[in-house]
Design a protein around this ligand. Structure first.
Ligand SMILES: C[S@@+](CC[C@H](N)C(=O)[O-])C[C@H]1O[C@@H](n2cnc3c(N)ncnc32)[C@H](O)[C@@H]1O
Length: 283
């Protein structure tokens, strides 16, 4: 079911991604922070790999109605930044799932160092087939990750299976807009490992087809265009660290790819959206 070649490509992409445990710790050290005592407050400005930073995670928490009694699944949790943030600031329990072994190992270590290991657990799996038990979670959240996953039908089916009846799925994702050409799709597949990008309408249709009620959808495309311009500048500011962790050729390749990606937001060919849906008590 899970496409192995594609999974390998996603793993290669994130193995060299600038938001990694070592680069986050280096960046903190450069700011003069004492990294021997790590706190969520210290980490949270550096360990979130999505658009809109902490405010975006707060928006998910609000829409999902997360509180101390919520068990959250963060699907494709990356380095675990949003998982720790939610547990620390909202008091919930979080299970983070990701298929990248290095990122997940970093997530576990950073979580132990921030003493959240009792409330934040990690599970190594492909989101298409997590192996977790049916109806485990009150809430599923995800940020900017479903874009990598082929077969959105299987993905949403897995989410619905994992959600308790009455639970909510709240996620943001990178979206195709109607004007996108096949040539651009294929370049995004090769360079960003995006797979079968969905449109806003396709996600709404799919959620409803799988028995969910779509409560709210927000088109974030314009908002993200500016965020991405700033993010490109942020990656460029990490040049020295990226070159020392990898090499100049790696930095230049990443810079070319990310500039192309950001350009598609400027031209309106890529977009973004937030989806808030509810699994009825009986489907
Ligand atoms: C842009 S990062 C987002 C990380 C996290 N949501 C955050 O906001 O910090 C995307 C993550 O999705 C993970 N991912 C992509 N495809 C996946 C899949 N099929 N199953 C599990 N994880 C996946 C990648 O390994 C990566 O860590």
């Amino acid at each position: 079911m899970a496409n192995t070649t594609h999974s390998k490509l996603v793993n290669v992409f994130y193995n060299t991604h600038p938001i990694s445990e070592s680069q986050v710790l280096d960046k903190l050290a450069q700011t003069g922070a004492d990294t021997s005592i790590l706190t969520v407050e210290l980490l949270q400005h550096h360990d979130q790999d999505h658009f809109g930073g902490l405010a975006a995670t707060d928006a998910l928490a609000l829409h999902a109605k997360i509180n101390e009694s919520t068990h959250v699944l963060d699907l494709c949790c990356g380095l675990g930044g949003p998982a720790r943030y939610l547990a620390y600031h909202y008091g919930c329990r979080v299970t983070g799932v990701d298929m990248n072994t290095d990122r997940l190992a970093g997530a576990v270590r950073l979580t132990e160092r921030t003493k959240l290991q009792d409330r934040v657990l990690f599970h190594h799996a492909n989101a298409l087939q997590t192996g977790l038990a049916d109806e485990t979670f009150d809430v599923i959240v995800s940020q900017e990750a479903f874009c990598h996953i082929p077969n959105k039908k299987t993905l949403i089916t897995e989410c619905v299976r994992l959600l308790k009846p009455g639970g909510r799925i709240v996620y943001t994702d990178i979206l195709a807009r109607s004007s996108m050409t096949n040539e651009i799709r294929s370049r995004l597949e090769t360079e960003m490992v995006f797979s079968e990008l969905s449109t806003l309408e396709q996600y709404c249709h799919l959620l409803e087809e799988k028995g969910c009620q779509v409560i709210e959808v927000e088109d974030l495309s314009d908002n993200w265009a500016q965020i991405l311009i700033d993010r490109l500048a942020m990656y460029r500011s990490l040049k020295e660290q990226t070159v020392s962790s990898f090499d100049l050729a790696h930095f230049q390749k990443w810079d070319r790819t990310y500039s192309f990606f950001v350009g598609l937001y400027r031209s309106g060919e890529l977009g973004g959206g937030r989806f808030v849906a509810h699994k009825p008590k009986s489907i």
